[in-house]
Design a protein around this ligand. Structure first.
Ligand code: SAM
Length: 545
């Protein structure tokens, strides 16, 4: 795994920052370098846009300024302070590392507040600000983040970074009020077990939505968090526009712009929906909370599913509400890729950044996805290669992509009838042992149904191999490090022998189980290994071209 962190003599070097960690008991997690690198890239592009907006606005407001600058912006370097730049609050800062990296690596900044509730953390932030000579940009603060944000509702920040242990919910009410109009929220959640369906009741308590146990749990987690932010923002006449939403390692991270408009908030019901998941074949169907007919908002008039699943006659589970609008602003993502190439080539995790963002760029907007080996295991049949399956979807006239959240994901606008027809066509060539199937099983119901798609062809389609794969990009995480995981409260994971020993002991614990079981447990925190052909216990892979 690429990793640029250097540790020596009680100091940690990451990016352009050097953090003193000696004898501190302040949280520092080296695995989050990717999170910080990505945040630097996103914040840099956002800051440039905001700065240009501010310059134009100022030039419009102030005639003298307009004469001086012609409304034009000037190229600024990271480390420079500018009045037209952005203000940033890192509400949960720990060592101050992230803020210091922002100060040294993000241009167009006016001010950064690095805050933490812990006295030890605040002390560490102060020392690190001086050590890194960023006093002109970064100010340390020791407050409860919620109080600080409530107190700043008038002045507001252009960027608010929330990187808590676990769930960010308790900070959202104040954050959505304290971010400027068009400002950016950068939010992490690490409580993946809750978000990924292990405890739907707890998920409702924390996020106002029930989660589902599903192969698409990582994207469901992103969509649960986004609906939660949208719900909070809506209370104050504000709506959200996600710029980028990623599921990586053991956490999710969303970058969301917040705008003020009561009118646009009314569109929220069209961007939120319930998910109906069949308990037999796991087909997922979305039911929006609202629809628009001729610009008017209407309530949906019927349920999107019947009493029993039309594919396999089993009952449904219902989860949600989830965000069903776009996860990313694709224009922003392609600009981000250019900007990383031009300005951030030195970032420690740049290869992975480019890999993940290229997959994001290729992702279809269709919500959720299926996972190929799971689809095939439902009908107890051998698994085709991803390329063959993608070809069949493309040959049938539909679009398909992978999701950055799962290496074997099938994201498609093809109706589920077509997907099951493709599965049926594959089973014809590679028959399942039908005599062993239960007569009430989802497998038998699906395999016995008459196909509706005229001709299914597995012939290689020219678009079946995504560019990110052809270019051998680092699309998914390679191997875990010994510090793998979200970390615990107040640990400097880099220097903690006890933590390291425990983590090393627990590491690869799952390798005792079969790889197939690992796949099933991936919802929680198991790393994803780049390959389109997983080893499989029950099913062998026929062809993996
Ligand atoms: N952002 C940091 C980084 O990139 O290294 C890591 C932050 S760490 C996961 C969470 C921090 O939140 C801890 O240092 C903890 O003291 C702080 N914290 C927890 N509750 C808080 C609160 N209510 N207000 C401010 N800080 C809080």
């Amino acid at each position: 795994m690429e990793n640029s962190i250097k540790v020596s003599g009680g100091k940690v070097n990451e990016g352009k920052a050097e953090i003193l960690v000696e004898e501190t008991n302040v949280f520092y997690n080296p695995v989050q370098e990717f999170n910080r690198d990505l945040s630097i890239a996103v914040l840099s592009l956002f800051a440039k846009d905001k700065y240009e907006e501010n310059c134009k606005k100022k030039a419009g407001d102030d005639k003298d300024e307009a004469e001086k600058t012609d409304g034009d912006s000037v190229d600024m370097k990271p480390g420079d302070k500018t009045e037209n730049g952005i203000s940033v609050l890192e509400a949960l800062s720990a060592t101050g590392l992230r803020s210091i990296r922002y100060a040294k690596e993000v241009p167009y900044l006016k001010q950064i507040i690095a805050n933490d509730i812990s006295a030890k953390a605040a002390e560490s932030i102060k020392k690190n600000i001086i050590h890194n000579k960023v006093e002109h940009l970064v100010t340390a603060s020791q407050q409860d983040a919620t109080m600080l944000m409530y107190q700043s509702r008038q002045t507001r920040f252009d960027g608010i970074d929330l990187d808590p242990y676990g769930c960010p919910s308790i900070f959202l009410d104040s954050a959505v009020q304290c971010v400027s109009n068009g400002g950016l929220l950068l939010i992490t959640a690490t409580d993946m077990a809750v978000l990924a369906g292990n405890s739907p009741e707890t998920c409702y308590v924390k996020y106002g939505a029930t989660s589902l146990k599903s192969k698409a749990c990582h994207e469901l987690a992103l969509r649960i968090l986004l609906q939660h932010i949208a719900a909070h923002a809506g209370r104050y006449g504000r709506y959200i526009e996600p710029l980028l939403s990623v599921s990586v390692d053991f956490y999710i991270r969303v970058f969301v712009r917040v705008f003020t408009s009561q009118k646009k908030c009314k569109d929220n019901t069209t961007k939120l929906g319930m998910v109906y998941q069949c308990t037999g074949c796991e087909t997922m169907t979305l039911g929006p909370l609202g629809i628009r007919v001729n610009k008017a908002h209407k309530l949906p008039q019927s349920l999107p599913v019947g009493q029993l699943c039309k594919h396999c006659n089993h009952k449904h589970h219902m989860g949600g509400p989830i965000w069903i609008g776009p996860l990313h602003d694709k224009l922003f993502v392609s600009r981000l890729l250019n900007s990383i190439e031009e300005n951030h080539a030195e970032l420690g995790t740049v290869k992975r950044l480019e890999g993940v963002l290229n997959v994001v760029d290729e992702e279809l907007e269709t919500p959720l996805y299926y996972v190929l080996d799971k689809l095939m295991s439902i009908v107890r049949c051998d698994t085709p290669s991803m390329i063959k399956f993608r070809s069949a979807i493309l040959n049938a006239g539909y679009n398909v992509s992978i999701s950055h959240a799962h290496k074997l994901s099938i994201k498609t606008d093809a109706p589920m009838e077509v997907i099951w027809d493709i599965v049926r066509a594959w089973e014809k060539i590679h028959p399942a042992k039908r005599d062993r199937l239960d007569k009430n099983s989802a497998a038998l119901a699906i395999l016995s149904a008459e196909p509706t798609t005229a001709d299914v062809s597995f012939d290689l389609h020219p678009s079946a191999n995504p560019m990110s794969r052809q270019k051998h990009m680092t699309r998914f995480q390679l191997n875990p490090t010994s510090y793998w995981g979200p970390g615990t409260k107040s640990t400097t994971m880099i220097n903690s022998n006890e933590t390291t020993a425990k983590r090393l002991k627990n590491q690869n614990k799952r390798s005792k189980k079969s790889m197939n079981e690992q796949e099933d447990n991936q919802a929680i925190d198991s790393p994803i290994i780049e390959s389109d052909s997983p080893p499989s216990k029950q099913k062998k892979i026929i062809d993996n071209t």
